[in-house]
Design a protein around this ligand. Structure first.
Ligand code: SAH
Ligand code: SF4
Length: 349
């Protein structure tokens, strides 16, 4: 196949596995970005959707080798934000126009599913049912996902991290890729809009793994895909891994956009941490979501999945202003809509 034969971006039809494979191995990052950007604007226009991120707890019973807040890191100053404070942050974000809140944290047994359900109900009540709630609270049982949907939650994020089963089990303390993918299916069957994704530059990952990550996202027909560079944390067993350049993350976003034209793809904070214009490059390659961190600043510095996290001293409100000025030169505009998956929006019509 030649580059010309690949049915590029004149229609938002997803590219086939064969076409994606060809581009993965042959296209320049510049060409891929231009193709991803074109498909993104055809499907999503100039809008960049905003999601307000709340890092509600950094306690975690899991011990993923890559993560700075893993159970066995004794240096983490642990915190668990009370519901009243979370609701204050939600109100501040809502007053500024945010209509999606992402509740993310470690796997914290004290923030059990009943407590999360009560929080979801309180957010829905406080925002007159207008705001969407996305959860990223780790692996739970199918019944628990159903309870969360019942309480009103809309979306769930569980990255599969890497599509290589052996590497997955090594990095996640013996937990299997199969179980992670089953959890993702459980969230879908429970009624959530589903999100997943992966990191790039993990030790032991091959070029082929990177392609397989993208193809797996397409096969899973995800509503949301978040990817970003793995950034080694000095207090983890992976501290000596050499940092991989950001380019694979940019290429990954572009290929994902060609694989899944309708999917919501964030320009992730990890990309902005590794390179100051990392998020802008992701948007220019086909990403259409930004996630200002609206957690109270007192806590942000202790939620370090990776070192060097940006915007630690800025309030969520300052973050929105900064993001607005960052997307303008890209001829894009922040959107304050809920930003549901297009398949859901069509169903509601
Ligand atoms: N505990 C939940 C959610 C919080 S972790 C979970 O694990 O699903 C959110 C994401 O942060 C993870 O899915 C992982 O992809 C990413 N992450 C963790 N450590 C990282 C690191 N060192 N560099 C880049 N991303 C990291
Ligand atoms: Fe816990 Fe998530 Fe970090 Fe794993 S990645 S240690 S589950 S917070």
């Amino acid at each position: 196949m030649t580059e010309k034969q690949v049915k590029t971006n004149h229609s938002p039809t997803p590219l086939s596995e064969e076409e994606l494979t060809y581009l993965f191995y042959n296209a320049s990052t510049e060409d891929l970005s231009a193709m991803g950007k074109k498909v993104c604007t055809e499907v999503h226009g100039r809008d960049v959707l905003l999601r307000g991120l709340l890092e509600y707890t950094n306690y975690c019973v899991s011990n993923c080798l890559y993560c700075g807040i893993r159970r066995d890191n004794p240096n983490v100053h642990r915190y668990r934000i009370k519901e009243t404070m979370l609701l204050e942050a939600v109100q501040a974000g809502f007053d500024k126009g945010i209509r999606t809140f992402v509740i993310q944290g470690g796997e914290d047994p004290l923030y059990n599913t009943q407590r999360i359900c009560n929080l979801i109900e309180a957010i829905k009540m406080q925002t007159n049912g207008e705001a969407a709630v996305t959860l990223s609270c780790g692996m739970r049982s199918k019944q628990e996902y159903q309870d969360m949907v019942h309480a009103g939650a809309d979306r769930y994020l569980i990255r599969f991290e890497t599509s290589d089963p052996a590497l997955h089990a090594y990095l996640r303390d013996g937990k299997t890729l199969k179980d992670r993918l089953q959890a993702l299916e459980d969230t879908r069957e429970a009624g959530f809009q589903t999100g997943s994704g992966f990191m790039l530059g993990l030790p032991g990952e091959t070029v082929e793994t990177r392609l397989k990550n993208i193809l797996l996202c397409q096969r899973l027909e995800l509503d949301m895909v978040g990817i970003g560079p793995f950034i080694p944390h000095p207090e983890t067993p992976l501290k000596d891994v050499v940092q991989h350049p950001i380019e694979d993350s940019i290429r990954g976003v572009a290929l994902l956009r060609l694989a899944l034209p309708e999917t919501h793809i964030p320009a992730t904070t990890a990309a902005g941490t590794l390179q100051s214009d990392g998020r802008e490059k992701m948007i220019d390659a086909g990403a259409n979501v930004l996630m200002p961190n609206i957690t109270q600043t007192d806590f942000k510095k202790d939620y370090l999945l990776y070192p060097g996290k940006i915007c630690l001293d800025e309030s969520g409100i300052q973050c929105i202003g900064c993001l607005s000025s960052r997307v303008k030169p890209l001829d894009r505009e922040l959107s304050f809509s809920r930003g549901d998956a297009p398949r859901i929006t069509r169903m509601r019509r």
